[in-house]
Structures are given as C-alpha cells and as structure tokens.
Design a protein around this ligand. Structure first.
Ligand SMILES: C[S@@+](CC[C@H](N)C(=O)[O-])C[C@H]1O[C@@H](n2cnc3c(N)ncnc32)[C@H](O)[C@@H]1O
Length: 634
C-alpha cells in the first residue's frame, strides 16, 4: 500500500510513547454531580496529553470518536506545539501560529494529527468507529494517514455534509458549501451501523389483512425492460391457478413474458401463503393473475445516503449557540448538534461512550445529552478542549444543556403580504398608508395617510395593541411584506445529567519517585502502572478490597504498595515482606476459590522486597520494583 511521506514523520511515528502520563484531576466546583472519572468528562488540556491520561481507564472502551480538528485553512491560528524531540521540529515552535504562508503547514498538520490519531485508535473499542470532519485542505492527506494508522480495509465511508444553505461569496464563480466526514472503523468486520428509519416507506403499503398487518401485492409478471422470456429463460415456468389451469407469463400482445422472481422464490411464496391469485379482466376475458404479497416491515428503514443535505447548516448551529448564551457569536465554527445526533443514530447503541478531543463549543456533549433525554439512553461523553474557554464555553454549554437556560429570541408574524403588480404600484400611497395604519393599530406610532377605508380595514384586522416590539416593512422579490417582530424570553428545559470537569495533573515521572518530587496519588499511579504492566484498563475495585490491591488483570491480581509520602516509600513498611506475600497469597486463594478457578498469580509493585526469589515463587508472587522497572506481562 502506498504510504504518505511528510517532513517529521520519523519523529512523530512513535511520539505517543514518549508523551508523559498526567493524571486527570477533577475540579469539584466546575462539574455537575459527584466527581466520577468513569462518567461524563470535560477535560481542559492539550489533547495529546489528555488522550494519554485517558488510557488507563478507557483504552479499548470508547465506542465512538467524533473529532473536528483544525482544517488547516491557513487562517485558523492553530499552533504546532508538541515539542517533539528533534531540532527541526523544535524550530517549528517559533513559527506559530501556522498560517497560509507557511510552506510546511501540511507537514506540521500531519505531525500534529499523527500521534493523536494513534492514541485515539488505542482508545477505540473493537466495535468502535472514528468520524472526522475536514474540508479540501487536508481531506486527501488525512485519508492516506488514516489508511496507514487504521488500515485501509477499515475505511467505512466519506460522507458529505452540506454546511451552508446560501452562497457565501457572490464575487467568485464557485464556493465550497460542504465539508467531508470521514468514517473509519477500528475493525470493519466488527462494526455495526443501523439503517435510517424511514416511516414514508409505509405509504407504499395501503391494504390491511384480517390480522391488521399492512401489506402490498405486486404483480408477479415482469413488465417493462428485460421482461421477455428470452431475457431470463429460467424465470419462465408454469404455475397452476386456483381452478387448476396452467398459467405462464404472457404480455397482452401475446408475447412470452417472464416472472419477476425465480422458481425457488416463487415456491417459497406459495409455501408461505403469500402468492395471491386475483381475477383480472384482460382483453375481454377474466383470467387469474398471480401476485406476491409483501408485508410492511415492523421498522421501515432504508440505507443512509452519503450526502447529508438535510442536517442543519453552520448558520443554524451558530444560531443555536447564540440562543444558549443569549449573546452574539460565542464561537466561530460550531457543528450542528444534529450532525452528531445523526452519527449516534447510525451507531444506534444506548450506552455508547463518545469521545471528542477537539471539543470547541461542546456540541458533541450536547448531542449525547439530547439523545439520552430522547430515548432514556445511558450514553456518556468525554470532551477535551485545550483553550481556556474549556470552562467558560465548552463546559458552560454542557451546564446549560443539563440545567436548562433562559432563552431570548425573536418571533415574527406576517401582518400583510401582497404582490406588487404595476396596478398595485400605482397605488403606492395607499400601500404606504396601510403600512402606517398597521403600525398605528399595533400601538407603534405611524402617521395615517391615504384613503380612509384602507386605514379602517387594517384597524379592524388588528384589535390587540402592542403585540410587537417593532413592525418591519420590506419588498422582497416584488412582494410587500409587513411583519410584526417581538422579542421573547423563555426557558429551555434542561436535559438532565452530570459531568466531571478535569484538568491535567503533573506528569508522573517514575524516575523522580524516590527523590520525592511530584509524588502522584495512589489512584493515579495505580491506574497508570496497571495499564502499563497489563495493557488493560483498571476495573472498578471489588467490594472490601484488601489494602494495596489494585485490580484483576487477565492472568494475575495486581498490587501496589505505595503512599505519596517519601518517608513511607523509604521505610520498611513499603517493602514486600514474607508476611505481606502470605497475606496476598491467602486472599487470592479464597477470592479465586469463590469464583471456582485455580488461583491467579500476583504482581506486586513495591519500592523494595525483603524475600528471596524462591520465596516469591512459593507464594505465586511476581515482584516489580518501584520506581525503576516497569514491564508488560508476557
Ligand atoms: C473546529 S473546533 C471544534 C468545534 C466543535 N466541533 C464544535 O462544534 O464547537 C476545534 C477545537 O479544537 C481545539 N483544539 C485544537 N488543537 C487542540 C489541542 N491540541 N488540544 C485540545 N484542543 C485543541 C481548538 O481550540 C478548537 O476549540
């Protein structure tokens, strides 16, 4: 398979491995509900670091990733700031933000995306999928990169979303009005999507049988193109009508026709009682004609198209955000909630874990909350946003969606609509008087002029006073339109839910553990060691877990003797002793006996050990010294 070549690729290829692990630190006052790292999360921080932080709890667990990264248009002001250990790439840090003049802007974008996509893939579950919005600036390079990271066999589709509904620049011949939405599966053979629910399909089923089932009958004889016996000789065969007569497919002009299905399918209909004979008049004769009966599907569906022109546009997405924040534009490039809702419908699971590591205004969380409110689902979201507005915009939108928000908007009511023909145009003064009268009637001023009967007509029509804040009159495409405009204040109801707001803690630097600098909390270090040693996600702790117990991996119980206190770590209390090895072994035996299985081995992380290798062996214990050695279990 051809591979994409770009400057810096050799340095970023494995960069994800050198990114330090920084534990997630919940900020109690900024979330809603009790802090829970397994629940909904909004994380403030660079997503490269945040994705690494998510690995211990979420590796292989995420069902759906939606990302809307910088498109690299040359004027977004995005920065390449990954600090990859190479002189050429360190130099790149001085040329931020990456603008349209930058000759290396495509290389930089690929270098930024590569390690993030590698980590995102590690977070995806075996049945998961990743969806990425882009435009023509990078979509072709992104596809090559994604083919390489996810495997081209896992490419699912490239959808097109119509993002604008009116031309945005009248001076040029062509302006793009769509974005792309790339979809890759973690494993194409395991991912499952649901087709689109299409109630309109039921319109084709107009009859009901005696059991109340909707059905339609279709003539078995093929008509139109390729409908002759010679076109499909195997579809020309004899059927026996209810009077015992032979019936062959024949056109009205006497030509030998063919059935619309083969012998096997037709006899399956006969066996199922869905081959229906009807008496029909044909050229003055009454004959029997066979029909196949099709029942309406319980859930009518059709495949999703790849062009999404029915999803709201960017303009509507911005309007929604303006309503939620009751101000002007708070964010330039929000995606419509409905775009992500569409993806959630396709994935069609009520407990999907959704990750968006370029969260912006938090649309993805809003879509997840909406979907749950609609169908009582238990979907969860994880958002990551690097800018300071992670709190004031991203998380704030989530708060407003959960709790509800005051909504201010404008409502318009058409008070007069009249096509202005030449004859009407001659009565311009009368029309102006009528507009003026409407204003007067609505209690919004206006000087009535013109004929009394027009003023009177308008006055009769508008009884209530001051229903509007203003009256607007304009002529559009030759139509005079007068509208009453009123500001309204309402409260959009909350969708319910909770979330935990996190920042990224200090990097866990194992080499610095015993120097006492930056000692991580037990949970943070435990989750990371567990993931590093076993490649698996730390399960929730069992009830009544003994001291130092971390959790169960595939073939062993994992323990960590650790407190974030230097004097403890250097003390004999922190050592793996014979007595601790016995306790570990005894607990394991009884725990595993209850589960009717042979006892698992034990992997114990501790700063020191006071027992021999033979004693370790006798107790079924593997020792991993802290902080110097970490290894993966074979
Ligand atoms: C195009 S916007 C996403 C808009 C979002 N889909 C919405 O509907 O509002 C991209 C977002 O990614 C954020 N971003 C870019 N690079 C990032 C990084 N390295 N870490 C975290 N966030 C980043 C930007 O700050 C920006 O808010």
């Amino acid at each position: 398979m051809p591979e994409i070549v770009f400057k810096g690729k050799e340095y970023v290829y494995n960069h994800h491995l050198t990114v330090p692990y920084r534990p997630l630190e919940p900020q109690a006052t900024k979330g809603i509900g009790a802090a829970d790292l397994n629940g909904n999360l909004v994380i403030h921080g660079d997503n490269l670091h945040a994705l690494k932080s998510l690995l211990p709890r979420h590796a292989g667990q995420v069902d759906l990733i939606f990302i809307d990264p910088p498109y690299n248009t040359g004027n977004e002001g995005w920065c390449y700031s990954d600090g990859v250990n190479s002189p050429i790439m360190k130099e790149w840090l001085s040329t931020n933000p990456v603008d349209g003049e930058d000759m290396l802007r495509h290389d930089k974008w690929l270098c930024m995306m590569w390690p993030r996509l590698v980590l995102l893939r590690e977070l995806l579950s075996e049945t998961g999928s990743i969806w990425i919005t882009l435009d023509d600036n990078e979509v072709h390079r992104a596809r090559m990169m994604l083919d390489e990271i996810f495997g081209d066999e896992n490419f699912v589709n490239c959808f097109v979303w119509r993002k604008v509904d009116s031309p945005n620049d009248n001076k040029v011949a062509v302006t793009p009005d769509h974005d792309f939405l790339l979809c890759y599966a973690r494993d194409r053979s395991q991912v499952v999507f649901s087709p689109m629910v299409a109630p309109g399909i039921l319109d084709a089923y107009s009859a009901r049988d005696d059991r109340g089932r909707l059905y339609r009958d279709r003539l078995l004889k093929k008509n139109g193109k390729n409908s002759l016996r010679k076109d499909r000789p195997t579809m020309y065969f004899r059927l026996v009508d209810p009077d015992g007569g032979d019936v062959f497919p024949t056109h009205d002009n006497g030509e030998e026709a063919r059935w619309a299905a083969g012998e096997k399918a037709v006899f399956a209909h006969i066996a199922a009682g869905t081959l229906i004979w009807k008496r029909r008049e044909r050229q003055g004769r009454t004959v029997w004609e066979p029909y196949t009966r099709e029942f309406a599907p319980d859930v009518p569906t059709r495949p999703y198209p790849t062009i999404w022109a029915d999803v709201p546009t960017m303009r509507q997405a911005k309007a929604m955000l303006r309503d939620m924040f009751a101000t002007g534009d708070v964010f330039d490039t929000p995606k419509p909630v409905e775009l992500i809702e569409r993806i959630l419908e396709l994935v069609d699971q009520k407990n999907t874990l959704v990750l968006d590591s370029f969260a912006g205004s938090g649309t993805t969380a809003h879509a997840v909350l909406k979907a749950n409110a609609k169908d009582g689902g238990a979907r969860r979201f994880i958002l990551v946003e690097g800018e300071d507005y992670a709190d004031t915009l991203t998380a704030e939108r989530v708060r407003r969606a959960i709790n509800g928000y005051a909504w201010e908007g404008t409502q318009r009511e058409t008070l007069l609509e009249e096509k202005i023909t030449l004859t009407q145009f001659k009565k311009a003064a009368e029309w102006l008087a009528r507009v003026d009268a409407i204003k007067r009637v609505e209690g919004l001023g206006g000087e009535a002029e013109g004929t009394a009967d027009l003023v009177e007509q308008a006055a009769r029509k508008m009884r209530k006073r001051k229903r509007f804040d203003k009256i607007e009159a304009r002529i559009d495409d030759g139509v005079l339109r007068v509208e009453g405009v009123r500001r309204i204040s309402e409260r959009a109801p909350g969708l319910g839910g909770s979330f935990t707001y996190c920042t990224l803690g200090e990097a866990v630097d194992l080499d610095k553990l015993l120097s006492g600098e930056k000692l991580p909390a037990f949970d943070a270090l435990g989750a990371w060691l567990f993931y590093t040693a076993t490649g698996g996600v730390l399960p929730p702790p069992p009830k009544k877990a003994p001291m130092w117990y971390l959790g169960e991996a595939k073939d062993s119980h994992v323990w960590l003797v650790y407190k974030p206190e230097l004097h403890f770590l250097k003390s004999p209390e922190a050592a793996l002793t014979l007595s601790l090895a016995r306790q570990v072994q005894d607990w394991g035996k009884s725990h595993d006996a209850k589960r009717k299985r042979t006892p698992l081995r034990h992997l114990v992380f501790a700063p020191a050990k006071y027992l021999s290798n033979r004693q370790l062996q006798e107790h079924g214990v593997d020792y991993a010294p802290l902080p110097f050695a970490l290894y993966r279990e074979a």
